[in-house]
Design a protein around this ligand. Structure first.
Ligand code: SPV
Ligand code: MG
Length: 556
C-alpha cells in the first residue's frame, strides 16, 4: 500500500491528525515512536540541518526529496512534504509530485509565496504572494500529474502572514479548493489563535484545514479540531529541542573535558542501537551469516568475591588476575574466539567497574556477596537461549577441551577431569572443595587414556560427594543445547516457585545454590547429563597457591 492511502484513511477517520516536523530519518523515527500520526518533512528543518542555511528556497528539489526518501525508508507513518513554492512553475510542480510519489511520500504542500520564498517568520521581509490564478495553476497541475490515486495535495496560503487580511485569505482558500486541493494550510504568525479561528470558522466544512500553531502556540490540538482543523503540524519543536540539548551537552563536555560528565544527560548507546534496529540486524546475522549455522552464547559467572584471595583481589575481581601478561578473562575470551564463539556474556559483581573488555555483553549481580553462582547465571536469563556454554570465571583451559565439548551431541554436557585422583593429596592440604562427579559407569583404571567419543552419564555431582564415590572433577565448563537450556530454565523456575524456602541440594537456599545443585536436580528429574572427559588441560584459581601454580604452568 502506498503511504498516501494511509494518510487518506486518516483524513477519512474522525479526529485531528497530529504531525510533527522532522529533518532527517532519525527525527522522523522518534516522531513515529512517540506515537504521532504523521511526519512533516520541514523545509525549515532540512535547510537548517542539511546545510545549516536559512529557509529561503536554497534547498533544491533533489536535496529535499533525498532527505524525505531516507525518512520514508525509516518509518511507516505517512510523510507530508513541505515543497515551498513547488520548485518552479506549474510544470515544475508536476515533476515535484511524481518525485515525491516515487519517494513514498503521502502528501505535498505548496505555498503561494513568490519564489524565492522566505520563511514565514523572518522579520522585516517584504511579503509578496503569487496571483490566485498562478497558484491555482500549480494545484491543477499537481492533481493532473499525480499517478498514485490517494496522493494528497495541500495548498497553503500565506495571505495572513503577508498581512493581506481575512477576506483575501478566504478568497484564496475557496479558489484553491475549487482548483482541486485536497486540504488547505492557512498559515498565521499571529500571537493568538483568534484571527485564524475566524477564517477557519468562515470556511468550516468546505475542505479539510491544516494549522501550524508555532506563534499562537498555546492552542491545543483539541481546540484546533473544534475550530474545524483536520491536521495540526508541530513544525519545529523537535529540531529546537535537539539544538538546545546538543548545545548544553557540548558546553558541559567543554567545561569538564570528559564524556562521563554528560552521561546522565544523554541516551545510552543501547538506546541508539535500538532506534536504528541493531536487534533486527543481529537476528538477520544469526539467520544468514552464522558460520556453522548455529550461534553459541557463552555466559561467564565472574561476580564473586573470595576473601581467601586477598590481597590479590584487593583492586580487581578474580577474573582479571594477570597470568603472564593476560588476565584469566582475556585468556577465556581468546580461547572462545579461537573456537569461533563471539557471543560472550559476563556476569559481574565484585569490582564490576574494573571489567571493561570490549565485545562482551555485561550483566550485574549486585547481590554477589549473598548469592551463589546459579543466581549469577540467571542474572543473564535473557541470554540463556539457543546453544549455551556456562563457564566459571576463574578457570583457564586448553582450546582442545572446548573443541571436544563442542562436539558433544548431548543436550547437557559437562567437562569432567578424570585426573582428579591425582589432585587428592593437594586438595586435602588446602581444604578446598571441588565439584566432584560420579559417573554411571566408572572409567577404567587407566585414566590417562580418554576416548574422545565416549559418552558417560553423570549420576551425582557436588562438593559433598564422598571422595570414594567420585570419579572426576567438574571443571566449571558446561554446554547446553537449545533443548537442554530450556529444561535448565524450566527446572529453575519450577524450583524457584515451589521450593523456595526449603533447602536445595547442597545449598540452604536456592539463592545460594551453585550450578551443580541445579544439575543434580536435573539428573534427579531424569534428564541425561553427559560427561565429556578430559585428563588435565585446565586450571582453576581458587587460592594463592593455585595462582602461583598458574603462573608456573601457563605459557606466556
Ligand atoms: C517548515 O517547517 O518549513 C514550514 C512551517 O514551512 S513554518 O516554518 O512554520 O513556515
Ligand atoms: Mg517550510
Amino acid at each position: 500500500m502506498h503511504n498516501a492511502s494511509k494518510l487518506k484513511a486518516l483524513f477519512q477517520h474522525p479526529g485531528i491528525i497530529k504531525a510533527v516536523g522532522a529533518h532527517d530519518a532519525l527525527s522522523a523515527k522518534l516522531i513515529e515512536n512517540a506515537g504521532f500520526d504523521a511526519v512533516w518533512a520541514s523545509g525549515f528543518g532540512i535547510s537548517a540541518t542539511l546545510k545549516c542555511i536559512p529557509d529561503a528556497s536554497f534547498i533544491t528539489l533533489s536535496e529535499q526529496v533525498g532527505v524525505e526518501r531516507n525518512m520514508a525508508e525509516a518509518i511507516t507513518i505517512p510523510i507530508i512534504a513541505d515543497c515551498d513554492t513547488g520548485y518552479g512553475n506549474a510544470l515544475n510542480v508536476m515533476r515535484t509530485v511524481n518525485d515525491h510519489e516515487r519517494a513514498g511520500i503521502a502528501a505535498i504542500c505548496i505555498e503561494d509565496n513568490v519564489f524565492p520564498k522566505r520563511c514565514s517568520f523572518y522579520a522585516g521581509v517584504r511579503r509578496e504572494l503569487v496571483s490566485i490564478d498562478e497558484h491555482c495553476g500549480k494545484i491543477r497541475a499537481a492533481k493532473a500529474a499525480q499517478e498514485v490515486q490517494d496522493f494528497i495535495v495541500i495548498a497553503r496560503t500565506e495571505a495572513l502572514i503577508a498581512g493581506w487580511g481575512k477576506e483575501e485569505a478566504l478568497k484564496r482558500i475557496h479558489a484553491y479548493a475549487d482548483a482541486g486541493a485536497d486540504a488547505i494550510l492557512i498559515h498565521s504568525k499571529a500571537q493568538t489563535f483568534d484571527e485564524l479561528r475566524d477564517v477557519a470558522q468562515a470556511c468550516k466544512g468546505r475542505i479539510p484545514l491544516v494549522a501550524v500553531p508555532t506563534t499562537y502556540g498555546n492552542v491545543t490540538a483539541q481546540e484546533l479540531e473544534e475550530a474545524g482543523f483536520k491536521v495540526v503540524i508541530f513544525a519545529n519543536q523537535a529540531l529546537r529541542s535537539a539544538i538546545r540539548s546538543m548545545r548544553e551537552t557540548l558546553r558541559h563536555l567543554m567545561d569538564k573535558g570528559m564524556p562521563h560528565a554528560v552521561k546522565d544527560e544523554i541516551v545510552t548507546l543501547d538506546e541508539v542501537y535500538e532506534l536504528v534496529g541493531v536487534s533486527k540486524m543481529k537476528a538477520d546475522e544469526n539467520r544468514f551469516l552464522s558460520p556453522d549455522g548455529e550461534r553459541i552464547t557463552t555466559i561467564i559467572a565472574a561476580a564473586g568475591f573470595e576473601k581467601s584471595l586477598l590481597p590479590l583481589i584487593q583492586e580487581k575481581p578474580k577474573c582479571l588476575l594477570d597470568i603472564k601478561g593476560k588476565s584469566i578473562l582475556e585468556r577465556q575470551v581468546g580461547t572462545l574466539n579461537e573456537c569461533n564463539i563471539k557471543e560472550i556474556v559476563l556476569i559481574r559483581g565484585y569490582k564490576k567497574e574494573t571489567i571493561i573488555i570490549p565485545n562482551i555483553r555485561y550483566y550485574d549481580n549486585d547481590r554477589y556477596e549473598e548469592t551463589g553462582d546459579l543466581f549469577s547465571f540467571f542474572c543473564a536469563e535473557n541470554e540463556l537461549k539457543g546453544r549455551c556454554l556456562l563457564l566459571y570465571g576463574d578457570i583457564i583451559f586448553d582450546t582442545s577441551l572446548l573443541q571436544k565439548l563442542l562436539k558433544s551431541p548431548a543436550d547437557m554436557s559437562l567437562i569432567v577431569d578424570l585426573a582428579w585422583h591425582d589432585h587428592r593429596a593437594h586438595l586435602r592440604n588446602l581444604q578446598l572443595r571441588p565439584d566432584l562427579v560420579q559417573l554411571g559407569s566408572p572409567p577404567g583404571k587407566s585414566y590417562r587414556y580418554v576416548d574422545p567419543g565416549e559418552g558417560n552419564r553423570i549420576v551425582k555431582i557436588g562438593r559433598d560427594l564422598p571422595h570414594e564415590d567420585a570419579h572426576g572433577e567438574f571443571i566449571g565448563l558446561a554446554m547446553f543445547s537449545e533443548q537442554g537450556i530450556n529444561a535448565f530454565k524450566a527446572v529453575y523456575k519450577d524450583v524457584n516457585q515451589n521450593a523456595r524456602s526449603k533447602g536445595f541440594h547442597e545449598s540452604g537456599l536456592l539463592e545460594h545454590a551453585s550450578l551443580t545443585d541445579l544439575i543434580q536436580e536435573l539428573i534427579d528429574r531424569g534428564h541425561d547429563v553427559q560427561c565429556v572427559p578430559t585428563y588435565k588441560g585446565w586450571m582453576e584459581v581458587d587460592s594463592f597457591e593455585d595462582y602461583q601454580k598458574a603462573w608456573a604452568d601457563t605459557q606466556g
